[in-house]
Design a protein around this ligand. Sequence first.
Ligand code: ATP
Ligand code: MG
Length: 195
Amino acid sequence: MFNLVIFGAPGSGKGTQSAKLVDRYGLRHISTGELLRDHIARGTKSGKIADGFISKGNLIPDALMLDILADELDAAPDARGVIFDGFPRTIPQAEELRKMLAGRGTKVHAVIGLEVPEDELTDRLIKRGAESGRSDDTPETIAKRLDVYHSQTQPLKDFYTGESVFHAIAGSGSVDEIFNSIAAVVDPIMADAEK
Ligand code: ATP
Ligand code: MG
């Protein structure tokens, strides 16, 4: 299995680039944000709990996130590999992901970190909020999510740099330019992993 983590602040383009990664590499896309929005839309017990955290711009509790993710990982055990989008978002989540993958005889092969200036992130999210109506794309909630990103998620950059799998990618410019930079990093890593 080949496993990629797509990493970056809210609005950095993780979902957009994931769709292109699916096309090029045939990986399965697991977006925890989409999973949670689906739980909320279906009115599940997990969804009801998650909704209160998400609409305030907070992360949902690690234990709840990990339960939902474990179900999803077991849903397609023989995929070529997985793109994790929006996960892990905390150090305990990263540690748990390492254990879950090790238990399946695999690991995180690469972390692609999309780096976008803060003012551009805010602009993108405000624009998306106007179009999508997402409950967390409002100006107050966006500021909160960026704070949460800096305090709880950004430390993962050091965590994965320590494991020699972190690759920073400039996340401004056209979608295709950014994707070309990602593919230039991922192609050789994937070739090596599947040798
Ligand atoms: P992007 O715009 O780059 O796709 P995002 O931060 O806007 O990223 P999602 O990844 O869709 O949005 O996540 C939306 C919300 O769902 C988060 O703000 C958080 O409340 C919750 N969430 C998603 N993933 C996790 C996670 N791994 N741990 C805890 N909460 C999560
Ligand atoms: Mg997303």
